[in-house]
Design a protein around this ligand. Structure first.
Ligand code: SAH
Length: 343
């Protein structure tokens, strides 16, 4: 069975032609699936009875389910989403004044092993398929329906390394970006990576105006090797070279994410080194207040304002990330890790 939630419009057109149908059938299906929210092929009244039988036999429209739901005082929703094989991931809805942003997971667990991160406590079990990532958004949209709202922004910043599941993430982006699909504007979609140069180059050539965020967290190899093992495979020089190429090929700025960890990377000397590293790149820095994970010994820095001011004074644009849902298990990966008895 092919789950149609995981098929982009161009791919569906191909499939319909292979079924001996008019290419237009794909648009009709998209309109039933996304505009009308129909999940039952039988109710798609402008499709012939005969073809409905084919659809029922070979295709399906299956969403994941909500295993657990937490709602914060600020309206942030955190879901533990369960798939058919009982694998679970976290999905979060954040309410900004400019829109509603879904933070989507791309893998079950993660193999990147960043020392400060709770997600890495559970090793990668498998990639998520495009329909599973689309499913994360559909579940949020179902919850938002009663408010007359829908997800308007997507950040692929949940559990997993999206560039370690590249093809599925790109198909997912095409589905949600499709005007007849979930119609989420490319500029409202951001993928966050720990920094895999080859994939950054490929992403630059995608031809869709989606955003790229890079988890930096340290501005020298010695510290970054300690915090993020991926840096041993792709040191800063290679990462920065790929980002500069991205700037030129995609004509787009990147965001560097930098968690401020007390006594680790938050001194003014660190800010100076960071400014020197970033100035030649078309980028800005998003400083992230650390969500403490009980067992790893890192603490939230109190220096964020000074650190930001230093960067701004030295030619680097910087912001401090707004926080959501601090009264629920907000720290990345915590809900699932708790659920599986790891926190
Ligand atoms: N693997 C991708 C995307 C998932 S992590 C990446 O590395 O970018 C998304 C972001 O959350 C990354 O910047 C990551 O470093 C950050 N993060 C992880 N654990 C965190 C924590 N406990 N507090 C704050 N940010 C965290």
């Amino acid at each position: 069975m092919i789950n149609l939630y995981g098929v982009s419009l161009p791919h569906l057109e191909e499939m319909m032609v292979n079924e001996g149908q008019n290419k237009y059938r794909a648009r009709q299906l998209y309109s039933w699936i996304y505009e009308k929210g129909e999940t039952d092929f039988e109710k798609m009244t402008d499709i012939s009875k005969k073809f409905i039988e084919v659809l029922k036999e070979k295709y399906c429209l299956v969403k994941p389910t909500i295993y657990q739901k937490q709602v914060s005082e600020d309206g942030t929703i955190k879901l533990l989403v369960e798939f058919a094989d009982h694998a679970k991931v976290e999905t979060v809805l954040m309410r900004y004044n400019y829109g509603l942003a879904a933070c989507v997971s791309s893998e079950v667990g993660c193999n990147m092993g960043c020392k400060f991160c709770a997600s890495g406590l559970l090793k990668k079990q498998r990639n998520l398929a495009p329909e599973e990532m689309v499913g994360e958004i559909l579940l949020l949209n179902d919850l938002l329906k009663e408010e007359g709202k829908r997800v308007t922004h997507v950040v692929v910043m949940g559990t997993g390394e999206p560039f370690d599941n590249y093809d599925n993430v790109i198909e997912f982006i095409k589905i949600i970006n499709e005007q007849r699909g979930l119609a989420i504007g490319a500029r409202h979609i951001t993928v966050s990576t720990c920094g895999i140069p080859d994939k950054i180059r490929e992403y630059a050539r995608l031809g869709i105006q989606v955003n790229l965020a890079i988890s930096l967290h340290a501005s020298n190899d010695e510290l970054r090797n300690q915090l993020m093992p991926i840096n041993k495979a792709y040191p800063l020089k290679e990462l920065i070279a790929a980002v500069k190429e991205y700037n030129v090929v995609a004509s787009r700025r990147v965001t560097f994410e930098y968690i401020l960890l007390k006594g680790v990377n938050d001194s003014l000397k660190d800010a100076e080194e960071l400014a020197r590293l970033i100035r030649p790149v078309f980028a800005y820095v998003n400083l992230i207040p650390y969500n403490e994970v009980d067992e790893n010994g890192f603490h939230r820095s109190e220096n964020s304002k000074k650190f930001m001011d230093y960067l701004m004074k030295h030619g680097v644009n910087a912001t401090i990330r707004k926080e959501f849902g601090s009264d629920i298990d907000a720290a990345c990966g915590q809900l699932r890790a708790k659920n599986e008895g790891r926190l």
